[in-house]
Design a protein around this ligand. Sequence first.
Ligand code: NDP
Ligand code: ZN
Length: 371
Amino acid sequence: MKNILSLSFLFIVALAFSQTKSKGFAVHSTDGKFQPYEFNRHAVGDNEIKIDILYAGICHSDVHHVRGDWGKEEYPMVPGHEIAGKVSAVGKNVTKFKVGDYAGVGCLVNSCGHCEYCKAGLEQYCKEAVLTYHDHDQFHNNETTQGGYSNNIVLTEKFAIKIPKNADLKKVAPLLCAGITTYSPIHYAGVKKGNKVGVAGFGGLGHMAVQYLVKLGAEVTVFDITEDKRADAKRFGAVKYVNVNNPEDLKDLDNKLSFVISTIPANYDPNLYLKMLNINGQMAIVGLPPFEKMPIIPIDKLIWQGNRKVFGSQIGGIPETQEMLDYSVANNIYPEVEIIPATANSIENAYQKVLDGKVKFRYVIDMQTMK
Ligand code: NDP
Ligand code: ZN
């Protein structure tokens, strides 16, 4: 009995020593108050890498999670799924990275690897996919995953994205969510040069969508709820800006667009955009408002208004995320970012500005400034 007890003690001590010590900022309830937080991640496995996090983007999804917009959450929660950093350790089987390489992480850190989605490179839809935070990692004793507002992360090399050496690192992190979430449905819909298209919601995701669509040669109309972003839309190459609160702006838009992407994070009327679609037009929905304010798609309008298609889209799979990152860097397509220091106060201020519609266009936390 005594031997078993001392063996278990040794096992626990060994486990504690082999774990990865991490620190970051966590919320402990829906009150949105961030506090410094120290925690353990699992040790670097044979197929895994450790990334020292340099930059972490603040996505509106983080704000939804912290506020419990999508149902009950578990705390403490370290948000952050737009991560860029430097590889500081590699397991013995790792081939994709070496120490010193730059690597990114988005919303996923693992998946089963053998279901039809994983085989198709659509790991985000795998039933066993492990999210970067607010999830339990069944591949590591159900460890609670914690995100990128922290100094490091450990994950299987397959889910880490290679960041090209010439990338503008400060701006790379938001590509890992805002970039791929817009790049993927635009390509899935097959948008082509000369298409007339719309981007609804001109924030972190929306301004990435505009850049990808303009690069493809599409004629972009931007929709938002403020006058403050009219000049920005032009600057990013849009041909038209519509303030949906201004009835004059909404005239003569019906049946004009072949594709609309909605990134709107609040309640709205999807039919406003459905009726702008022309024959065979497509609407991609990526914005996910709080559950209690979920927009309703009127199926009667879908039937009567003829051959329009609506589809939802969640981030993108790992191969497409790598493709998006390489494409974005090669074409100099980056988010417009405001870098903020890694303090609880500055993160809370940034959240408030996202909620108040005052962010242009993405906050990125410089994790190197964490004390
Ligand atoms: P932002 O807050 O940066 O941008 C949202 C934009 O939508 C803001 O410009 C906002 O205006 C505008 N907006 C709000 N209400 C309306 C409306 N009724 N009509 C038109 N525009 C409106 O958020 P993000 O871009 O970071 O995220 C957008 C959404 O996408 C969130 O719900 C997020 O959770 C979701 N998301 C989904 C993913 C997926 O995989 N499907 C992945 C990542 C994010 P203002 O700023 O003035 O309020
Ligand atoms: Zn996101």
